[in-house]
Design a protein around this ligand. Structure first.
Ligand code: KIV
Ligand code: NA
Length: 276
């Protein structure tokens, strides 16, 4: 299993880091089997698995519940768990208690937090100093979607780009060991990647980041109808699953399932009593 220091080495060596989200046991098993470098138990859980409109309703209990399942499926992979909405904003004490709970109860290795306000930066330091590795997340930060006015590309003008660059450096200085960049122009992602020593992991951030992350259900077209421009849909699970369910339904209606091979039998001689 890779360690935080391995991800720094991968950046130095120009070896791309591959991160994939997972939310449950079967998904984590497949993710681990595929050989991805890191699994993220993202709070995208709220949208792709729990059916919420945003990540904001996701709770600490949700993250613990799903984090545990992922760990059971991927015992040999580095796992990052998202700290959910408002679990790392109130105070250093709350942040440490929540961070510790996520790590201790799930067995994950690191947490991820969005933003770089003064309090977040202080909390990144506190978590790191307490022995909890932190991944930062800048650009489009979905927990702030209401303030941002929707899911839009961030850092497009000079001022916003400069701010994001400064925020990235603050996250690095505070001790974050990696930085997720979501939905930013590829030029900005490249400049940030070149300006900090910790690896950048992009989603909708172009090809110049040190790694990439995609949401499991987006990549597989599994349960999602429309996906953002930055997603590549490698498979179509919707079609596969629907085909399977439709065939099952038809077979049962027509009496074609179950067949003999799916059925158990008893000896003829034991049958007498059943029909009197
Ligand atoms: O919750 C999530 O899946 C994420 C990734 C999109 C980075 O935060
Ligand atoms: Na997230």
């Amino acid at each position: 299993m890779k360690q935080t220091t391995d991800f720094l080495k991968m950046k130095e060596n120009g070896e791309k880091i591959v991160m994939l989200t997972a939310y449950d046991y079967p998904g984590a098993k497949l993710a681990e089997k595929s050989g991805v470098d890191m699994i993220l138990v993202g709070d995208s859980l709220g949208m792709v698995v729990l059916g919420y409109e945003s990540t904001i309703p996701v709770t600490m209990d949700d993250m613990v519940h799903h984090g545990k399942a992922v760990k059971r499926g991927a015992a040999d992979t580095f796992i990052v768990v998202d700290m959910p909405f408002m679990s790392y904003h109130l105070s250093v004490r709350d942040t440490l208690l929540n961070g510790a709970r996520l790590i201790q109860e799930t067995g994950a290795h690191a947490v991820k937090v969005e933003g770089a306000d003064d309090i977040i930066i202080a909390n990144i330091s506190a978590l790191t100093n307490a022995g909890i590795p932190v991944v930062s997340h800048l650009g489009l930060t979905p927990q702030s979607v209401t303030v941002l006015g929707g899911y839009k590309v961030q850092g497009k003008d000079a001022e916003a780009a400069q701010k994001l660059m400064e925020d990235a450096k603050k996250c690095e200085q505070a001790g974050a060991f990696a930085l997720v960049l979501e939905c930013v122009p590829k030029q900005l992602a490249r400049a940030v990647t070149d300006s900090i020593s910790i690896p950048t992991i992009g989603i909708g951030a172009g090809v110049y980041t040190d790694g990439q992350v995609l949401v499991y259900h987006d990549l597989l077209s599994y349960g999602v109808e429309r996906v953002p421009k930055f997603v590549k849909q490698y498979e179509n699970m919707n079609e596969m699953a629907l085909r399977g369910f439709n065939n099952y339904l038809t077979d049962v209606k027509l009496g074609k399932f179950p067949e003999d091979q799916h059925s158990f039998t008893m000896k003829e001689s034991e049958l007498i009593s059943l029909y009197g």
